[in-house]
Design a protein around this ligand. Structure first.
Ligand SMILES: Nc1ncnc2c1ncn2[C@@H]1O[C@H](COP(=O)(O)OP(=O)(O)O)[C@@H](O)[C@H]1O
Ligand SMILES: [Mg+2]
Length: 504
Protein backbone atom coordinates (compact mmCIF):
# COMPACT_ATOMS: atom_id res chain seq x y z
CA UNK A 1 0.00 0.00 0.00
CA UNK A 2 1.43 3.30 -1.03
CA UNK A 3 0.92 6.07 1.51
CA UNK A 4 1.32 8.67 -1.18
CA UNK A 5 -1.64 7.22 -3.13
CA UNK A 6 -4.00 9.91 -4.14
CA UNK A 7 -7.16 9.91 -2.08
CA UNK A 8 -9.42 8.94 -4.99
CA UNK A 9 -7.79 5.51 -4.92
CA UNK A 10 -8.45 5.07 -1.22
CA UNK A 11 -11.20 2.70 -0.33
CA UNK A 12 -13.45 2.78 2.70
CA UNK A 13 -15.35 -0.36 3.68
CA UNK A 14 -18.79 0.13 5.32
CA UNK A 15 -20.13 -2.83 7.29
CA UNK A 16 -23.69 -2.97 8.65
CA UNK A 17 -26.37 -5.67 8.60
CA UNK A 18 -29.05 -3.01 8.37
CA UNK A 19 -29.51 -1.89 4.73
CA UNK A 20 -31.01 1.44 5.77
CA UNK A 21 -28.00 2.24 7.93
CA UNK A 22 -25.70 1.22 5.11
CA UNK A 23 -27.54 3.51 2.76
CA UNK A 24 -27.43 6.46 5.14
CA UNK A 25 -23.67 5.95 5.58
CA UNK A 26 -23.24 5.66 1.84
CA UNK A 27 -25.10 8.93 1.24
CA UNK A 28 -23.14 10.67 3.97
CA UNK A 29 -19.75 9.71 2.60
CA UNK A 30 -20.39 9.67 -1.12
CA UNK A 31 -18.49 12.26 -3.19
CA UNK A 32 -15.93 12.64 -0.42
CA UNK A 33 -13.08 11.61 -2.70
CA UNK A 34 -12.71 7.92 -1.96
CA UNK A 35 -14.26 4.69 -3.17
CA UNK A 36 -16.91 3.16 -0.94
CA UNK A 37 -17.28 -0.60 -0.49
CA UNK A 38 -20.08 -2.23 1.47
CA UNK A 39 -20.56 -5.50 3.38
CA UNK A 40 -23.75 -6.85 4.97
CA UNK A 41 -22.19 -9.14 7.56
CA UNK A 42 -18.94 -10.07 9.28
CA UNK A 43 -17.95 -12.88 6.90
CA UNK A 44 -18.40 -10.67 3.87
CA UNK A 45 -16.52 -7.83 5.58
CA UNK A 46 -13.52 -10.10 6.28
CA UNK A 47 -13.37 -11.41 2.75
CA UNK A 48 -13.63 -7.93 1.14
CA UNK A 49 -11.06 -6.55 3.58
CA UNK A 50 -8.62 -9.37 2.78
CA UNK A 51 -9.04 -8.80 -0.96
CA UNK A 52 -8.96 -5.01 -1.15
CA UNK A 53 -7.07 -3.92 2.00
CA UNK A 54 -9.15 -0.74 2.39
CA UNK A 55 -7.76 2.35 4.05
CA UNK A 56 -10.50 2.38 6.67
CA UNK A 57 -13.35 0.17 7.89
CA UNK A 58 -16.55 1.44 9.50
CA UNK A 59 -17.77 -1.57 11.41
CA UNK A 60 -21.12 -2.20 13.06
CA UNK A 61 -20.92 -4.11 16.34
CA UNK A 62 -24.25 -5.90 16.64
CA UNK A 63 -24.57 -8.18 13.66
CA UNK A 64 -25.93 -11.70 13.24
CA UNK A 65 -23.28 -14.36 12.77
CA UNK A 66 -19.88 -13.01 13.76
CA UNK A 67 -20.26 -9.66 15.44
CA UNK A 68 -18.13 -6.53 14.98
CA UNK A 69 -15.82 -7.30 17.88
CA UNK A 70 -15.00 -10.71 16.44
CA UNK A 71 -14.45 -9.24 12.96
CA UNK A 72 -12.09 -6.69 14.47
CA UNK A 73 -10.25 -9.40 16.39
CA UNK A 74 -9.73 -11.45 13.23
CA UNK A 75 -8.63 -8.43 11.20
CA UNK A 76 -6.02 -7.61 13.82
CA UNK A 77 -4.85 -11.24 13.96
CA UNK A 78 -4.03 -11.32 10.25
CA UNK A 79 -0.81 -9.40 9.49
CA UNK A 80 -2.18 -8.46 6.06
CA UNK A 81 -5.18 -6.63 7.52
CA UNK A 82 -3.87 -5.77 11.00
CA UNK A 83 -2.95 -2.21 10.13
CA UNK A 84 -6.31 -1.25 8.64
CA UNK A 85 -7.88 1.29 11.00
CA UNK A 86 -11.34 0.33 12.31
CA UNK A 87 -14.07 2.74 13.48
CA UNK A 88 -16.92 1.07 15.32
CA UNK A 89 -20.50 2.10 14.60
CA UNK A 90 -22.57 1.60 17.66
CA UNK A 91 -25.84 2.39 19.33
CA UNK A 92 -24.20 1.14 22.49
CA UNK A 93 -23.55 3.89 24.92
CA UNK A 94 -22.09 1.82 27.69
CA UNK A 95 -18.46 2.44 28.42
CA UNK A 96 -17.57 -1.25 28.81
CA UNK A 97 -18.40 -1.95 25.19
CA UNK A 98 -16.32 1.01 24.08
CA UNK A 99 -13.38 -0.08 26.23
CA UNK A 100 -13.64 -3.56 24.75
CA UNK A 101 -13.66 -2.05 21.26
CA UNK A 102 -10.52 0.01 21.92
CA UNK A 103 -8.85 -3.00 23.48
CA UNK A 104 -9.48 -4.92 20.29
CA UNK A 105 -7.63 -2.26 18.35
CA UNK A 106 -10.42 0.08 17.21
CA UNK A 107 -9.34 3.66 16.79
CA UNK A 108 -12.65 5.48 17.14
CA UNK A 109 -16.37 5.20 17.74
CA UNK A 110 -19.30 6.73 15.87
CA UNK A 111 -22.63 6.63 17.64
CA UNK A 112 -25.89 5.76 16.00
CA UNK A 113 -28.00 7.48 14.90
CA UNK A 114 -25.37 9.06 12.66
CA UNK A 115 -24.68 12.76 12.48
CA UNK A 116 -23.49 13.30 8.91
CA UNK A 117 -20.93 15.95 9.81
CA UNK A 118 -19.51 13.87 12.64
CA UNK A 119 -19.12 10.76 10.48
CA UNK A 120 -17.41 12.71 7.70
CA UNK A 121 -15.13 14.48 10.15
CA UNK A 122 -14.09 11.28 11.92
CA UNK A 123 -13.57 9.36 8.68
CA UNK A 124 -11.48 12.17 7.18
CA UNK A 125 -9.40 12.54 10.32
CA UNK A 126 -8.71 8.82 10.55
CA UNK A 127 -7.89 8.58 6.86
CA UNK A 128 -5.44 11.44 7.21
CA UNK A 129 -3.82 9.82 10.22
CA UNK A 130 -3.65 6.52 8.38
CA UNK A 131 -2.03 8.19 5.39
CA UNK A 132 0.57 9.86 7.60
CA UNK A 133 1.21 6.59 9.37
CA UNK A 134 1.74 4.79 6.10
CA UNK A 135 4.07 7.53 4.92
CA UNK A 136 5.96 7.36 8.20
CA UNK A 137 6.24 3.58 7.99
CA UNK A 138 7.55 3.88 4.46
CA UNK A 139 10.16 6.49 5.48
CA UNK A 140 11.14 4.34 8.44
CA UNK A 141 11.61 1.33 6.25
CA UNK A 142 13.70 3.41 3.86
CA UNK A 143 15.84 4.76 6.67
CA UNK A 144 16.26 1.33 8.17
CA UNK A 145 17.30 0.06 4.80
CA UNK A 146 19.82 2.87 4.37
CA UNK A 147 21.06 2.29 7.90
CA UNK A 148 21.51 -1.39 7.23
CA UNK A 149 23.36 -0.69 4.00
CA UNK A 150 25.70 1.73 5.78
CA UNK A 151 26.33 -0.71 8.62
CA UNK A 152 27.04 -3.45 6.10
CA UNK A 153 29.28 -1.28 3.99
CA UNK A 154 31.53 0.13 6.72
CA UNK A 155 34.70 -1.79 7.30
CA UNK A 156 34.54 -1.18 11.04
CA UNK A 157 32.85 -3.54 13.47
CA UNK A 158 29.97 -1.77 15.18
CA UNK A 159 28.58 -3.17 18.41
CA UNK A 160 25.53 -1.71 20.12
CA UNK A 161 25.24 -2.27 23.88
CA UNK A 162 22.27 -1.71 26.18
CA UNK A 163 22.48 -0.06 29.59
CA UNK A 164 23.66 -3.35 31.15
CA UNK A 165 26.49 -3.75 28.60
CA UNK A 166 24.60 -6.49 26.82
CA UNK A 167 24.83 -6.75 23.05
CA UNK A 168 21.83 -5.16 21.33
CA UNK A 169 23.07 -4.94 17.75
CA UNK A 170 25.96 -6.01 15.53
CA UNK A 171 26.86 -5.26 11.94
CA UNK A 172 28.23 -8.10 9.78
CA UNK A 173 31.81 -7.04 10.52
CA UNK A 174 31.14 -7.28 14.24
CA UNK A 175 29.60 -10.74 13.75
CA UNK A 176 32.85 -11.76 12.06
CA UNK A 177 34.93 -10.26 14.85
CA UNK A 178 32.92 -12.07 17.51
CA UNK A 179 32.93 -15.24 15.43
CA UNK A 180 29.18 -15.78 15.73
CA UNK A 181 25.88 -14.41 14.37
CA UNK A 182 23.83 -11.69 16.04
CA UNK A 183 21.20 -14.25 17.12
CA UNK A 184 23.77 -15.95 19.35
CA UNK A 185 25.03 -12.69 20.81
CA UNK A 186 21.94 -10.60 21.41
CA UNK A 187 21.23 -9.97 25.09
CA UNK A 188 24.56 -11.46 26.18
CA UNK A 189 27.01 -9.38 28.22
CA UNK A 190 29.87 -8.19 26.00
CA UNK A 191 32.37 -9.53 28.51
CA UNK A 192 31.20 -13.07 27.70
CA UNK A 193 31.81 -12.55 23.99
CA UNK A 194 34.89 -10.40 23.71
CA UNK A 195 38.05 -10.26 25.78
CA UNK A 196 40.16 -7.13 25.89
CA UNK A 197 43.65 -8.46 26.41
CA UNK A 198 45.10 -5.03 27.18
CA UNK A 199 43.77 -1.87 28.79
CA UNK A 200 41.13 -4.17 30.30
CA UNK A 201 40.52 -1.99 33.37
CA UNK A 202 40.31 1.16 31.32
CA UNK A 203 37.83 -0.30 28.85
CA UNK A 204 35.61 -1.96 31.41
CA UNK A 205 35.41 1.11 33.63
CA UNK A 206 34.58 3.30 30.62
CA UNK A 207 31.81 0.86 29.66
CA UNK A 208 30.49 0.59 33.21
CA UNK A 209 30.45 4.37 33.65
CA UNK A 210 29.30 4.95 30.10
CA UNK A 211 32.14 7.29 29.26
CA UNK A 212 33.44 8.01 25.78
CA UNK A 213 36.66 6.13 25.17
CA UNK A 214 39.26 5.99 22.41
CA UNK A 215 42.06 3.42 22.36
CA UNK A 216 44.49 3.63 19.47
CA UNK A 217 45.73 0.09 19.63
CA UNK A 218 44.29 -2.81 21.52
CA UNK A 219 44.36 -6.59 21.26
CA UNK A 220 40.99 -8.32 21.47
CA UNK A 221 39.96 -11.96 21.32
CA UNK A 222 36.52 -13.36 20.75
CA UNK A 223 35.43 -15.81 23.43
CA UNK A 224 35.86 -18.64 23.94
CA UNK A 225 39.39 -17.84 22.67
CA UNK A 226 38.93 -18.07 18.94
CA UNK A 227 39.52 -15.07 16.71
CA UNK A 228 42.15 -12.55 17.75
CA UNK A 229 42.68 -9.10 16.26
CA UNK A 230 44.43 -5.84 16.90
CA UNK A 231 41.97 -2.97 16.75
CA UNK A 232 41.54 0.72 17.28
CA UNK A 233 38.45 1.21 19.44
CA UNK A 234 36.09 4.12 19.99
CA UNK A 235 33.14 4.00 22.36
CA UNK A 236 30.40 6.61 22.77
CA UNK A 237 27.48 6.67 25.17
CA UNK A 238 23.99 6.71 23.64
CA UNK A 239 20.99 8.69 24.84
CA UNK A 240 19.05 5.54 25.67
CA UNK A 241 21.62 4.55 28.29
CA UNK A 242 23.55 2.14 26.08
CA UNK A 243 26.79 2.54 24.24
CA UNK A 244 28.04 2.02 20.73
CA UNK A 245 31.52 0.59 20.14
CA UNK A 246 33.36 0.99 16.85
CA UNK A 247 36.34 -1.30 16.34
CA UNK A 248 38.64 -0.97 13.37
CA UNK A 249 40.85 -3.95 12.63
CA UNK A 250 44.35 -2.52 12.26
CA UNK A 251 46.26 -5.85 12.09
CA UNK A 252 47.00 -5.48 8.38
CA UNK A 253 47.82 -1.81 8.73
CA UNK A 254 50.26 -2.64 11.53
CA UNK A 255 51.89 -5.35 9.42
CA UNK A 256 52.36 -2.93 6.54
CA UNK A 257 53.68 -0.28 8.96
CA UNK A 258 56.24 -2.79 10.21
CA UNK A 259 57.24 -3.70 6.66
CA UNK A 260 57.51 -0.01 5.82
CA UNK A 261 59.71 0.76 8.77
CA UNK A 262 61.92 -2.27 7.99
CA UNK A 263 62.27 -0.99 4.43
CA UNK A 264 63.12 2.49 5.75
CA UNK A 265 65.78 1.01 8.06
CA UNK A 266 67.21 -0.90 5.15
CA UNK A 267 67.26 2.25 3.02
CA UNK A 268 68.92 4.18 5.84
CA UNK A 269 71.61 1.49 6.18
CA UNK A 270 72.22 1.47 2.45
CA UNK A 271 72.58 5.23 2.44
CA UNK A 272 75.02 5.12 5.35
CA UNK A 273 76.98 2.46 3.53
CA UNK A 274 77.03 4.42 0.29
CA UNK A 275 78.12 7.59 2.11
CA UNK A 276 80.91 5.63 3.79
CA UNK A 277 82.07 4.23 0.46
CA UNK A 278 82.13 7.73 -0.94
CA UNK A 279 84.30 8.93 1.97
CA UNK A 280 86.68 6.04 1.44
CA UNK A 281 86.89 6.83 -2.24
CA UNK A 282 87.53 10.52 -1.50
CA UNK A 283 90.25 9.42 0.94
CA UNK A 284 91.80 7.40 -1.89
CA UNK A 285 91.64 10.37 -4.26
CA UNK A 286 93.40 12.47 -1.65
CA UNK A 287 96.16 9.89 -1.08
CA UNK A 288 98.75 11.81 -3.06
CA UNK A 289 98.05 15.00 -1.14
CA UNK A 290 98.09 13.18 2.17
CA UNK A 291 101.40 11.49 1.35
CA UNK A 292 102.86 14.87 0.48
CA UNK A 293 101.42 16.46 3.61
CA UNK A 294 102.81 13.74 5.87
CA UNK A 295 106.12 13.59 4.10
CA UNK A 296 106.99 17.22 4.89
CA UNK A 297 106.94 16.93 8.69
CA UNK A 298 108.58 13.49 8.50
CA UNK A 299 111.45 14.97 6.50
CA UNK A 300 111.68 17.76 9.06
CA UNK A 301 111.68 15.21 11.88
CA UNK A 302 114.55 13.28 10.34
CA UNK A 303 116.54 16.51 9.74
CA UNK A 304 116.07 17.65 13.36
CA UNK A 305 116.99 14.18 14.59
CA UNK A 306 120.24 14.37 12.65
CA UNK A 307 120.99 17.75 14.28
CA UNK A 308 120.36 16.17 17.68
CA UNK A 309 122.72 13.30 16.82
CA UNK A 310 125.42 15.84 16.00
CA UNK A 311 124.94 17.44 19.40
CA UNK A 312 125.88 14.07 20.91
CA UNK A 313 129.26 14.18 19.12
CA UNK A 314 130.26 17.29 21.10
CA UNK A 315 132.09 16.66 24.36
CA UNK A 316 129.82 19.07 26.14
CA UNK A 317 126.13 18.85 25.42
CA UNK A 318 124.15 22.08 25.30
CA UNK A 319 121.06 20.75 26.97
CA UNK A 320 119.06 23.88 26.19
CA UNK A 321 119.68 23.62 22.42
CA UNK A 322 119.01 19.90 22.48
CA UNK A 323 115.70 20.54 24.23
CA UNK A 324 114.76 23.07 21.53
CA UNK A 325 115.52 20.58 18.74
CA UNK A 326 113.59 17.80 20.46
CA UNK A 327 110.66 20.19 20.88
CA UNK A 328 110.68 20.82 17.11
CA UNK A 329 110.72 17.07 16.49
CA UNK A 330 107.68 16.67 18.70
CA UNK A 331 105.83 19.48 16.89
CA UNK A 332 106.56 18.10 13.42
CA UNK A 333 105.66 14.54 14.43
CA UNK A 334 102.42 15.92 15.83
CA UNK A 335 101.71 17.68 12.52
CA UNK A 336 102.08 14.41 10.61
CA UNK A 337 99.96 12.59 13.12
CA UNK A 338 97.26 15.31 12.89
CA UNK A 339 96.94 14.83 9.14
CA UNK A 340 96.58 11.08 9.53
CA UNK A 341 94.16 11.54 12.41
CA UNK A 342 92.02 13.94 10.39
CA UNK A 343 91.82 11.49 7.50
CA UNK A 344 91.06 8.58 9.80
CA UNK A 345 88.24 10.38 11.48
CA UNK A 346 86.88 11.34 8.09
CA UNK A 347 86.79 7.85 6.65
CA UNK A 348 85.53 6.12 9.80
CA UNK A 349 82.14 4.51 9.90
CA UNK A 350 79.37 6.59 11.44
CA UNK A 351 79.27 6.27 15.22
CA UNK A 352 76.28 4.83 17.01
CA UNK A 353 75.61 8.07 18.86
CA UNK A 354 74.91 9.74 15.48
CA UNK A 355 73.63 13.25 15.97
CA UNK A 356 75.22 15.35 18.66
CA UNK A 357 75.17 19.08 19.41
CA UNK A 358 77.55 20.52 16.89
CA UNK A 359 79.38 23.81 16.42
CA UNK A 360 79.53 24.41 12.68
CA UNK A 361 82.66 26.57 13.02
CA UNK A 362 84.64 23.79 14.71
CA UNK A 363 83.60 21.23 12.10
CA UNK A 364 84.39 23.58 9.24
CA UNK A 365 87.81 24.42 10.68
CA UNK A 366 88.66 20.70 10.63
CA UNK A 367 87.36 20.22 7.08
CA UNK A 368 89.20 23.23 5.73
CA UNK A 369 92.43 21.81 7.17
CA UNK A 370 91.72 18.45 5.57
CA UNK A 371 90.90 20.12 2.24
CA UNK A 372 94.12 22.15 2.36
CA UNK A 373 95.92 18.85 1.78
CA UNK A 374 94.32 18.87 -1.67
CA UNK A 375 94.58 22.60 -2.16
CA UNK A 376 98.37 22.63 -2.00
CA UNK A 377 98.59 19.94 -4.67
CA UNK A 378 95.97 21.63 -6.89
CA UNK A 379 97.39 25.08 -6.46
CA UNK A 380 94.03 26.54 -5.36
CA UNK A 381 93.92 28.42 -2.05
CA UNK A 382 91.16 28.08 0.53
CA UNK A 383 90.17 30.84 2.92
CA UNK A 384 87.89 30.35 5.88
CA UNK A 385 85.77 33.11 7.35
CA UNK A 386 83.77 31.86 10.36
CA UNK A 387 80.89 33.94 11.71
CA UNK A 388 81.50 34.16 15.45
CA UNK A 389 79.09 32.92 18.14
CA UNK A 390 76.93 30.64 16.03
CA UNK A 391 74.27 28.61 17.82
CA UNK A 392 74.69 24.84 17.70
CA UNK A 393 72.81 22.43 15.48
CA UNK A 394 72.26 18.71 15.96
CA UNK A 395 74.04 16.60 13.43
CA UNK A 396 76.45 13.79 12.78
CA UNK A 397 79.86 15.52 12.52
CA UNK A 398 81.36 13.07 10.01
CA UNK A 399 78.40 13.57 7.70
CA UNK A 400 78.62 17.37 7.88
CA UNK A 401 82.34 17.10 7.13
CA UNK A 402 81.53 14.91 4.17
CA UNK A 403 79.18 17.51 2.68
CA UNK A 404 81.64 20.33 3.24
CA UNK A 405 84.58 18.43 1.79
CA UNK A 406 82.51 17.51 -1.27
CA UNK A 407 81.53 21.12 -1.91
CA UNK A 408 85.04 22.43 -1.32
CA UNK A 409 86.67 19.82 -3.55
CA UNK A 410 84.10 20.48 -6.31
CA UNK A 411 84.89 24.19 -6.02
CA UNK A 412 88.63 23.54 -6.23
CA UNK A 413 88.16 21.26 -9.22
CA UNK A 414 86.08 23.97 -10.93
CA UNK A 415 88.83 26.54 -10.30
CA UNK A 416 91.73 24.41 -11.37
CA UNK A 417 91.99 26.10 -14.76
CA UNK A 418 91.08 29.59 -13.52
CA UNK A 419 93.59 32.29 -14.40
CA UNK A 420 95.96 33.77 -11.80
CA UNK A 421 94.50 36.51 -9.63
CA UNK A 422 91.07 34.93 -9.35
CA UNK A 423 91.74 34.16 -5.71
CA UNK A 424 90.81 30.84 -4.22
CA UNK A 425 87.84 29.06 -2.73
CA UNK A 426 86.10 30.98 0.04
CA UNK A 427 84.33 29.18 2.86
CA UNK A 428 82.18 31.07 5.34
CA UNK A 429 79.66 30.19 7.99
CA UNK A 430 76.42 32.04 8.65
CA UNK A 431 73.15 32.12 10.54
CA UNK A 432 69.83 32.84 8.86
CA UNK A 433 66.43 32.61 10.56
CA UNK A 434 66.34 29.24 12.32
CA UNK A 435 69.29 27.79 10.44
CA UNK A 436 73.05 27.76 10.71
CA UNK A 437 75.08 26.83 7.68
CA UNK A 438 78.10 27.34 5.50
CA UNK A 439 78.73 28.63 2.01
CA UNK A 440 81.42 27.66 -0.48
CA UNK A 441 82.18 30.29 -3.13
CA UNK A 442 84.35 29.81 -6.16
CA UNK A 443 85.14 31.70 -9.33
CA UNK A 444 85.43 28.66 -11.53
CA UNK A 445 83.61 27.59 -14.66
CA UNK A 446 80.13 27.82 -13.11
CA UNK A 447 77.17 25.69 -14.15
CA UNK A 448 75.26 25.37 -17.40
CA UNK A 449 71.44 25.59 -17.06
CA UNK A 450 71.07 21.89 -17.96
CA UNK A 451 73.63 20.95 -15.35
CA UNK A 452 71.90 23.11 -12.76
CA UNK A 453 68.65 21.21 -13.28
CA UNK A 454 70.10 17.78 -12.58
CA UNK A 455 72.79 18.85 -10.15
CA UNK A 456 71.62 16.66 -7.27
CA UNK A 457 70.72 13.58 -9.33
CA UNK A 458 73.10 10.69 -8.91
CA UNK A 459 75.65 9.76 -11.60
CA UNK A 460 75.59 13.18 -13.20
CA UNK A 461 79.14 14.38 -13.78
CA UNK A 462 81.14 16.48 -16.23
CA UNK A 463 84.42 15.10 -14.99
CA UNK A 464 86.51 12.44 -16.54
CA UNK A 465 86.68 9.69 -13.96
CA UNK A 466 84.04 11.51 -11.86
CA UNK A 467 81.35 9.37 -10.19
CA UNK A 468 78.75 12.09 -9.94
CA UNK A 469 77.40 10.81 -6.62
CA UNK A 470 78.89 13.49 -4.34
CA UNK A 471 76.07 16.04 -4.48
CA UNK A 472 73.29 13.45 -4.37
CA UNK A 473 74.79 11.97 -1.20
CA UNK A 474 75.11 15.48 0.25
CA UNK A 475 71.46 16.12 -0.45
CA UNK A 476 70.20 12.93 1.18
CA UNK A 477 72.32 13.64 4.29
CA UNK A 478 71.06 17.22 4.57
CA UNK A 479 67.43 16.20 4.08
CA UNK A 480 67.72 13.52 6.74
CA UNK A 481 68.85 16.30 9.11
CA UNK A 482 65.89 18.53 8.21
CA UNK A 483 68.18 21.03 6.49
CA UNK A 484 68.67 22.18 2.93
CA UNK A 485 71.39 22.44 0.31
CA UNK A 486 71.40 24.54 -2.82
CA UNK A 487 73.25 26.38 -5.51
CA UNK A 488 73.23 29.90 -6.89
CA UNK A 489 75.40 31.57 -9.46
CA UNK A 490 78.21 33.70 -8.12
CA UNK A 491 77.63 37.30 -9.36
CA UNK A 492 81.39 37.53 -9.95
CA UNK A 493 81.32 34.33 -12.05
CA UNK A 494 81.55 30.84 -10.68
CA UNK A 495 79.33 29.03 -8.21
CA UNK A 496 78.06 29.42 -4.66
CA UNK A 497 76.89 26.30 -2.84
CA UNK A 498 75.23 26.60 0.56
CA UNK A 499 74.17 24.04 3.11
CA UNK A 500 72.23 24.71 6.29
CA UNK A 501 70.89 22.84 9.32
CA UNK A 502 68.16 23.70 11.81
CA UNK A 503 69.35 25.40 14.98
CA UNK A 504 69.11 22.90 17.82
N1 LIG B 1 81.44 24.40 -7.80
C1 LIG B 1 81.09 23.88 -8.97
N2 LIG B 1 81.30 24.56 -10.13
C2 LIG B 1 80.97 24.03 -11.31
N3 LIG B 1 80.37 22.82 -11.47
C3 LIG B 1 80.13 22.09 -10.36
C4 LIG B 1 80.46 22.57 -9.06
N4 LIG B 1 80.07 21.63 -8.17
C5 LIG B 1 79.52 20.62 -8.88
N5 LIG B 1 79.55 20.89 -10.19
C6 LIG B 1 79.05 20.06 -11.29
O1 LIG B 1 78.20 19.05 -10.72
C7 LIG B 1 78.66 17.76 -11.14
C8 LIG B 1 78.33 16.74 -10.06
O2 LIG B 1 79.11 16.92 -8.90
P1 LIG B 1 79.29 15.72 -7.89
O3 LIG B 1 77.94 15.20 -7.58
O4 LIG B 1 80.12 16.21 -6.76
O5 LIG B 1 80.01 14.61 -8.72
P2 LIG B 1 81.49 14.62 -9.32
O6 LIG B 1 82.26 15.63 -8.56
O7 LIG B 1 81.95 13.24 -9.12
O8 LIG B 1 81.32 14.97 -10.78
C9 LIG B 1 80.12 17.95 -11.42
O9 LIG B 1 80.58 16.98 -12.33
C10 LIG B 1 80.16 19.35 -11.99
O10 LIG B 1 79.81 19.33 -13.36
MG1 LIG C 1 82.32 15.94 -6.41
Amino acid sequence: MDGRANTSQEQVLLVDDNPTNLQVLYKTLENSGYTLLAARDGEQALSIAAKTIPSLILLDIMMPGIDGFEVCKRLKADPATASIPVIFLSALTDTDAKVQGFELGAIDFVSKPFQGEEVRARVNTQLRIHRLEMELARRNAELEDENRQILNAVTESIIGLDDKQRVSSLNPQAERLLGRPLSQCIGKPLSELLEFTESRERVSSALAERRAIAVEQLDVRSLPGKVGATVAMYGSPLEDGGMVLVLRDISEWLASQRALSAAQDELHNQRQHLAHMERLSTGGEMAAGIAHEVNQPLTAVSNYARVAQRFLDNSEIDRKKLAEVLEKIVIQAQRASDVIQRLRSYIRKPTAEGRVPLDINTVMQEVVMLAEVDSRINGVDISFDPMPDLPATRADDVQVQQIALNLIRNAMEAMRDAPEGFGGVQVRTYKENDFVGFEVLDRGCGLSPEMEEQLFSPFVTTKEGGMGVGLSICQSIVQAHGGSIGYRANPDGGAIFYCQFPIQ
